[in-house]
Design a protein around this ligand. Structure first.
Ligand SMILES: [Fe+2]
Ligand SMILES: [Fe+2]
Length: 257
């Protein structure tokens, strides 16, 4: 994304052609992926974490892996039934992003001394997040575009955007740098979701009731996962409530109550 890029200056067709393209994607990722193997600069210092903090960080990263795997499976599965070619192309770029996120988080877990991250992910996964992942999988398996794009590119992306930003502010330098690059991608994914759902609601206002219902089903899973993740990070209860509110405000921007 170059600094001059202004999505609002484009009409809808231009927007779709330019933003939903690998060309746009290359410009977007170039700045923060070049010279950053596994998402961080090689000379970023590793700080010594005490045992509790290290343990909690591993649990948090394991849960990030659950979310990233859900999005990788979801985005790649949705390519097959996306409503148009631009959406297919965008989802292909998203699948690449999500695979990269999964890879850098797995690598970070290994860097913290875990030799078998897969086993730890199974052990430490938050039940709410696992249920959310299963629901997203159901929507994709049913080729249900509006439910899948809403669950993945609005609900999940909003949650990730909120949690990752809060975490990056207090994380050790390597984790913070990794999160910084991931957040930039998640913003793009959220933008796609908001744009797509926004258009869908204009074309089919009757979809609002169903999306509102889905939101009521998915919110508790997401907010439960928040509680878990933030407890791992040692965040105070008041701050956790604040994060939950931030998430709800973001989802409500779409007018779904
Ligand atoms: Fe991601
Ligand atoms: Fe994403």
């Amino acid at each position: 994304m170059t600094d001059e890029f202004d999505p609002h200056a484009l009409d809808q067709k231009e927007f779709l052609e330019q933003v939903h393209s690998f060309e746009f994607w290359f410009q977007a990722v170039e700045g923060y992926l070049t010279d950053r193997p596994y998402g961080h600069r090689e000379d970023t210092p590793e700080v010594e974490l005490d045992e509790d903090r290290r343990e909690n960080l591993i649990t948090t990263l394991c849960n990030y892996c659950v979310g990233e795997t859900a999005a990788l499976d979801g985005a790649s599965g949705m390519v097959d039934f996306a409503p148009n070619r631009h959406a297919k192309i965008f989802l292909a770029t998203q699948a690449v992003d999500e695979a990269r996120h999964l890879e850098v988080f797995l690598q970070r877990i290994r860097g913290l001394g875990v030799s078998e991250p897969e086993i730890e992910i199974e052990r430490r996964a938050n039940p709410g997040l696992v249920r959310f992942k299963r629901r997203l999988h159901d929507f994709v398996a049913a080729r249900d575009w509006e439910a899948a794009i809403f669950a993945q590119n609005v609900v999940l992306e909003t949650m990730e955007n909120t949690v990752f930003r809060a975490h990056a502010a207090t994380a050790d330098p390597i984790t913070a740098e990794i999160l910084d690059g991931v957040i930039k991608d998640e913003r793009r994914h959220l933008g796609f979701g908001e744009n797509d759902i926004g258009r869908l609601l204009l074309e089919r206002p009757e979809a609002r009731a169903r999306l509102g219902e889905l939101r009521r089903e998915l919110d508790p899973l997401v907010l439960g996962a928040f509680e878990g993740a933030q407890a791992d990070l040692g965040t105070a209860r008041a701050e956790r409530a604040e994060l939950g509110r931030e998430y709800l405000t973001a989802v409500e921007r779409l007018g779904l109550t």
